[in-house]
Structures are given as C-alpha cells and as structure tokens.
Design a protein around this ligand. Structure first.
Ligand code: SF4
Ligand code: SF4
Length: 158
C-alpha cells in the first residue's frame, strides 16, 4: 500500500489492534538496544547484518506485546523504541511520496513533510480535523525531532 500525505487524513486514533506489533520488524537505535539488553537481556533483541531489532515470537509478534481480553498492550509503554512511538507516521525533511502540498507541514520555522502508513486501521480519511492538525501531528513531529519523549496524543490511552 502507498504511503499517504497527512492532508488526506481526517483523524487518527490508536485502536490497540496490535497489527503494527505483529507485522513489522522494529529497528532499534544503539542506545535503545543497550537499554533493552540491560533491562531484559539480549534474548529480547535480534540482529541482522546491519541492524539491531526487537525479537519477534514465532507468530511474528513482538516479545513485548501482550494480549488482554479485549486489546493488545505494549509492556514497554513509555520506554518503547522511537520507531514504535512514531508508527504509523513518517516525518521527513524532504518530500517522499505523493503530493508535496498535501504532505507539507510547517513546524515553527521548519518545513517538514508528514506521511502515514495506510496499514494502520486507526486512520480516518477526509478533511483534517483541528485536533489532528494542531495536536496529534505536532506531537509526532516532536518525537521525530527528539524534543519530546512522552506520548499523549500519539498512542492509545491506557
Ligand atoms: S498504531 Fe495502528 S496498527 Fe498499531 S495498534 Fe494502533 S491502530 Fe493498530
Ligand atoms: S515494543 Fe511495544 S509498541 Fe513496539 S512493537 Fe513491541 S509491543 Fe509494539
């Protein structure tokens, strides 16, 4: 599926469906890998030729994913890797996919380009709602830029 510019999205809300934690590898930055190894052990991680990853179970799910009676939950929560915090958004400093105008987002003096992965069922298409534009997207941008670590709008309320 094609990556979509933010301006085609009305709202986004995580439904805790767990798809993103069962279908994809999570790439770790070196400090993230070190923190997970220290806290849980190296067996909670995996490695490819050039990347550190979170280990996945035989069914493909992340080792930190847990199923409660109704929803999937991440047992790392606030210490989850940046790649998990950013999903399903991508924040780029150059246009990457589709219409440039629909992806452009001005954050302070910065011109950024924001996209979403349509695999996430939490997306609703349509005219962007103010909360999405002025609260949700800026929080994803701040996480991408490394100026924010805590999540409020960019994850499910647990
Ligand atoms: S971010 Fe999207 S794919 Fe991941 S759990 Fe939430 S709704 Fe599901
Ligand atoms: S660390 Fe948490 S959010 Fe990331 S893939 Fe694993 S369960 Fe999902």
């Amino acid at each position: 599926m094609r990556i979509v510019p933010w301006n085609l999205i009305s709202t986004w809300h995580c439904t805790r469906c767990g798809i993103c934690c069962r279908k994809y590898d999570v790439v770790l930055k070196l400090p993230e890998w070190l923190n997970i190894v220290k806290a849980f052990g190296v067996e909670y991680t995996a490695a490819s030729i050039s990347k550190f990853l979170l280990r996945r179970r035989a069914d493909g799910s992340c080792v930190f994913l847990h199923w409660t009676p109704n929803v999937f939950l991440c047992s790392l929560q606030r210490t989850k890797p940046k790649a998990c915090k950013l999903w399903p958004f991508k924040v780029l400093d150059k246009p990457g996919y589709g219409s440039v105008n629909d992806a452009e987002y001005h954050y302070g003096h910065r011109r950024l380009f924001v996209y979403v992965d349509p695999m996430c069922p939490g997306l609703r298409y349509g005219v962007p709602k103010p909360e999405f534009v002025y609260s949700v997207i800026p929080e994803f941008i701040e996480i991408a830029l490394g100026v924010r670590h805590k999540q409020f709008k960019t994850t499910a309320n647990l």
